[in-house]
Design a protein around this ligand. Sequence first.
Ligand code: SAH
Ligand code: DHB
Ligand code: MG
Length: 220
Amino acid sequence: MNLQDMTPQSYDRYLSPLFAAEDEALRAAREEMQREQLPGISVSASEGKLLHVLALISGASRILEIGTLGGYSTIWLARALPPEGRLISLEIDPHHAEVARRNIQRAGLTQKVEVRTGPALEALAKLAVEDRALFDLIFIDADKDGYVEYLGKAVPLLRDGGLILGDNTLPDAVLNPKADSGTKRYNAAVADHPDLVSILVPVLRSNGIDGLLISLKKKR
Ligand code: SAH
Ligand code: DHB
Ligand code: MG
């Protein structure tokens, strides 16, 4: 046994079928995204399952997602909701939003999920003035240059003890250590944040390793 001989691909081939097998709705969602020529940048099945388990652990009944694409991560997250739970997902591209709504409907989640079309910053400003309960979990996965601003808007919308999850936060930092990037600025802002306790966890993609930055909002 030699850890150096292991590749991310070999890990993924083992654990994804065992713990993150896709059912018909998830498979159909991926096929539909391909047919509609959406970019192949959804979370992997195993990261989807990680999102699902984190949502269950935190007992989330209100989830906010920033960056819907075709709704693949949306389905993993929304399936962790209790019967009265709700997820709002923000998407700037009307075509992505339309594909996502179809995929969410096929998964039987229309009653729980609302996809809001438009720039996330505008949607977040609206959410801040809506008379609504705080979110239990916020998944940040839209344009990487927006991450730091999304963090600033997300923290006040999150309950104490809630989770903020930041996708795609590892590769830039490791592959381009000198270059500036939105996710690196996000990682630094999270690491410095007085209200958050955080860890960046490597996650498997079929083509390599990415990262999910997990942050818990402390009680002040
Ligand atoms: N969460 C998805 C992947 C999201 S990909 C999944 O894992 O299944 C990133 C998405 O963010 C794209 O669909 C893109 O159109 C959207 N996006 C980019 N900039 C945005 C913005 N300013 N506001 C809202 N969505 C944005
Ligand atoms: C990429 C991957 C993502 O999960 C995402 O949200 C945006 C971009 C990428 O690999 O380029
Ligand atoms: Mg992503």
